[in-house]
Design a protein around this ligand. Structure first.
Ligand SMILES: Nc1ncnc2c1ncn2[C@@H]1O[C@H](COP(=O)(O)OP(=O)(O)OP(=O)(O)O)[C@@H](O)[C@H]1O
Length: 397
């Protein structure tokens, strides 16, 4: 993945040349494509203001491109969850815009690819690096579970590597809440995830606890980091299930003598077929192997803050309500007497939502959209004229 900023080539400009003028009036600009998902394209992007310049990644999702349940279920959930997340080991979402049918998700740019690519170049990880990255992913997952959110697609490709070689969890396209509209636990029945990481309870096809399935996937991820191979290479679902149930897997013979007993034990306990005796994420985080490095025994202040915030938020009634309110809800807000109904904004709770727009107005254009602030979702006017966009935002903010 190249980190050099290039103007987009002729062929790539087709879909972004209509959007760039609108974005530029807000300080954002799209550059070359750096990745592609099932229904998305990811571009290198920049945010430029008088105060700062940031390299970003922009995931462009066409709401009309996917199947019906993608547009009505998975995408709205992903957007709602993205704006709620704030954790040092999760790719941060700065701003989300909607232009016509396209959603533009501006997020932190991971300069050094993902863990899968890293292993292709560098081989299996030594235990110290594996522990360092695994701990970061585990803390990210612990934070999600405390918020009542499950990721459901943990894999090496979704563990992105930042400029400073820290790992950040990304891709929340399968994520969902683990509670219902009364805050009570809710199980899953969707068959989702990536094949090698799928747990036996998902294969079984009944209701399953998605948090428990996340721990399984994280166990597979740890196995892969240590071995550069899969615990199960079966492509037949029935055989895979049988092997999973018998715990029929082995560390690679070349790697096994190099690995500590603590890490072998941890992998075994995460790949335990029975959910009720599989470790939960709290036990993973405090496992002997993770705790072995005295430098990272304690949570750093930003890790602790995120965890504390998640616990407080999960107990907040308005958080539960905002997570279940429909995505199409529009909040009408008045700024200096001007009614704005075109703005959709989904920060952590509705309370914050009204707060951020009830700040004294006549703030410089773009301030509520500044990526250093709470993520906002703004639906831009259906136009490709930057003048009209500016006029709209000038009126709105
Ligand atoms: N924040 C980011 N920084 C750098 N590269 C990224 C970032 N987010 C995504 N990418 C790149 O873009 C690719 C596509 O990402 P995206 O999350 O859209 O889909 P995916 O996970 O590959 O697929 P799917 O849509 O099937 O889940 C990734 O594989 C990655 O290489």
């Amino acid at each position: 993945m190249s980190s050099k900023v290039e103007e987009v080539s002729e062929s790539k400009t087709i879909q972004i040349n209509n959007i760039n003028p609108i974005l530029e009036s807000l300080g954002y600009k799209l550059f070359q494509e750096i990745g592609e998902g099932s229904f998305s394209k990811v571009f290198l992007a920049k945010y430029i203001s008088k105060r700062r310049q940031l390299d970003l990644a922009c995931k462009m999702v066409d709401a009309n491109a996917g199947p019906n349940n993608f547009t009505t279920k998975f995408l709205p959930r992903e957007l709602k969850i993205l704006v709620q997340l704030k954790h040092p080991h999760i790719i941060h979402t700065y701003s989300i815009f909607k232009v016509k049918s396209k959603w533009l998700i501006f997020m932190q740019y991971a300069k050094n690819g993902d863990v899968f690519e890293y292993m292709l170049k560098n081989g299996a990880l030594d235990e110290d690096l594996a522990r360092y990255w695994f701990r970061q992913l585990s803390l990210a997952l612990q934070y999600l579970h405390k918020l009542g959110i499950t990721h459901r697609d943990l894999k090496c490709e979704n563990a992105l590597i930042s400029e400073k070689y820290n790992v950040k969890l990304s891709d929340f396209s399968f994520a969902r809440y683990t509670f219902d509209n009364k805050g009570a636990p809710a199980l899953s029945n969707t068959f989702c995830g990536s094949f090698p990481y799928i747990s036996p309870e998902i294969i079984r096809g009944r209701l399953y606890d998605p948090k428990c399935a996340d721990v399984w996937a994280l166990g597979v991820l740890l196995f892969i980091m240590l071995n550069k191979s899969l615990p199960y290479s079966e492509s037949n679902m029935k055989k895979l299930y049988e092997k999973q149930m018998k715990q029929d897997w082995h560390f690679r013979s070349k790697r096994a003598p190099l690995l500590s007993e603590e890490v072998k034990y941890l992998v075994r306990r995460m790949l335990t077929p029975k959910c009720s005796i599989r470790l939960d994420i709290d036990s993973v985080v405090s496992s002997d192997w993770v705790m072995k490095d005295s430098n990272i025994k304690m949570l750093a202040p930003d890790e602790q803050k995120a965890l504390d915030e998640a616990i407080i938020l999960r107990s907040d009634e308005s958080y539960i309500q905002s997570s279940t309110c429909p995505m199409t809800a529009r909040k009408k807000v008045k700024v200096d007497g001007a009614q704005m109904s075109k703005v959709q904004i989904f920060p952590r709770t509705w309370t914050e939502c009204s707060y951020s727009f009830c700040l004294p107005s006549r703030r410089p254009l773009g301030l509520p959209l500044d990526p250093t602030r709470t993520t906002v979702i703004v639906e831009l006017p259906d136009t490709d004229s930057s003048h009209e966009a500016r006029q709209f935002l000038g009126m709105a903010i």
